[in-house]
Write a protein that binds this ligand. Structure first.
Ligand code: AMP
Length: 176
């Protein structure tokens, strides 16, 4: 496979100023997803650090996290668990509220999403303030998972989200 350089991936992420509200620069990854080679490269590189680490479950955060987590789960031979916005999952859940770069929200996962002691890798598209990922890690641990790491396509370093994930092996492909 021909490898796309890291800079090429970055060039396929479009900045959308003042969306969904003034002051936020939204990172639009849809051009990257629609480029077959770049998408494959992205999934490969998200999965690479976790090969051989015994990951049982890849958890993805709604909604763009799902798109990446599914590919990574297939690469790692792991199962996929969706961490969804509040009210979307049909059975008993474990949930947490958290702050976003823009607003507040709540997420949850099925309380029986995986067997206790499972090794879980958390995936999302963007690490911003870290509130979402911190809440997701807490949910996964309350379910009985052992979170082996958190992996992001994009890290907005100036928002210092990584500081909320100090206890995790926290990695990102592209930093701003
Ligand atoms: P946070 O909890 O602040 O780390 O926000 C992370 C979540 O919000 C992720 O699920 C992202 O999809 C989304 N998000 C936050 N900021 C941005 C941004 N600037 N561009 C795109 N998505 C973002």
């Amino acid at each position: 496979m021909t490898r796309t350089a890291a800079m090429d991936l970055k060039s396929l992420i479009k900045d959308v100023p003042d969306w969904p509200q003034k002051g936020v620069v939204f990172k639009d990854i849809t051009p990257l997803l629609s480029d077959a080679k770049a998408f494959e490269e992205t999934i490969d590189r998200l999965a690479e650090p976790w090969k051989g680490k015994g990951v049982d479950i890849v958890a993805g955060i709604e909604s763009r996290g799902f798109l990446l987590a599914a590919g990574v789960a297939l690469k790692l031979g792991a199962g996929l668990v969706p961490v969804r916005k509040s009210g979307k999952l049909p059975r008993a859940v474990v949930g947490e509220s958290y702050s976003l770069e823009y607003g507040t929200a709540a997420i949850e996962a099925h309380q029986d999403a995986f067997p206790k002691g499972s090794k879980v890798l958390l995936i999302d598209d963007v690490l911003a303030t870290g509130g979402t990922a911190k809440a997701a890690v807490s949910i996964l641990e309350r379910i009985g998972g052992q979170v082996v790491g958190t992996m992001f396509l994009i890290e907005l370093g100036f928002l210092k989200g990584r500081e909320k994930l100090r206890d995790c092996d926290c990695r990102a492909l592209i930093a701003y």
